[in-house]
Design a protein around this ligand. Structure first.
Ligand SMILES: [Zn+2]
Length: 249
């Protein structure tokens, strides 16, 4: 069953917070559609690179990824987080649903990629079914997946801006699917502190409340360890996304 009602009653940004999260239907397809801001669309190869990475990062047993490109969207700012928190992107998607804009949403994740900076958080934002993320120029610099990821089991990669950008992109997709930061973990591997997508850079943020993990693990102290990223969702995030799993908001 695909949900048909989508943000139909959204009239203001404030009301977005009151939307109850609806879990995915019984569909075995994960529908993800990506749009680009006009500036993001100026970089070559970004859509193909995202496609290549998501085919790997979202390759889970219980669904088949259906990834499509929605097109280019005119937006008031490249600040990706603001586009969702202030309602511009969610309302554009809702307007498309109502036939008032040329935006045809999909049932699971509607992701807008901008050319927003990736230096200062927040660099993206995700609410149920809708997300936005910056960093198009960094994704354009990302090497092919098979060159970057040599560790098949954990998908551990060096902490570079392009790698962090694609991790934040899948992090926001995770939020759009109902995952929280507490579904992320960090672990020590070959001496490095490795953060999975939902935890991401919070792994080394001193103010992050590590007690709230839903994964039954603690976050090791960053100390002066090398920092790395995993491009695979933690097993506890995978369990939450599985049929019968519990994502919530
Ligand atoms: Zn987040």
């Amino acid at each position: 069953m695909k949900r048909r009602v989508f943000l139909g009653a959204v009239g203001s940004t404030a009301s977005l917070g009151t939307l109850a999260y609806a879990t995915r239907g019984s569909s075995e397809t994960l529908d993800v559609r990506i749009w680009f801001s006009e500036r993001a669309a100026t970089y070559d190869g970004v859509a193909d690179r995202i496609h290549e990475y998501l085919e790997e990062m979202l390759a889970l047993d219980y669904w088949t990824l259906e990834l499509s490109v929605g097109g280019t969207v005119s937006v008031s700012t490249e600040d990706a987080a603001r586009l969702t928190t202030r309602g511009e992107w969610p309302m554009a998607v809702a307007a498309g649903e109502l036939g008032r804009r040329d935006i045809e949403r999909v049932s699971d994740v509607n992701l807008l990629v901008t050319d927003g900076g990736m230096e200062e958080a927040p660099t993206g934002y995700g609410i149920p079914h809708v997300a936005s993320v910056g960093g198009a120029r960094h994704i354009a610099e990302l090497e092919p997946y098979d060159e970057l990821v040599t560790d098949e089991a954990r998908s551990i990669v060096p902490l570079t801006t392009p790698a962090r950008t694609i991790q934040v992109l899948v992090h926001e997709i995770g939020h759009a699917l109902g995952l929280a930061h507490e579904h992320g973990v960090a672990f020590i591997y070959e001496g490095a502190l490795v953060a999975t997508p939902m935890l991401s850079a919070y792994a080394w943020a001193p103010e992050y409340d590590a007690e709230s993990s839903r994964c039954g693990t603690t976050i090791p102290a960053a100390d002066d360890r090398e920092r790395k990223l995993s491009l695979s969702f933690s097993s506890c995030a995978r369990r939450a996304l599985a049929p019968g799993g519990s994502v919530d908001s």
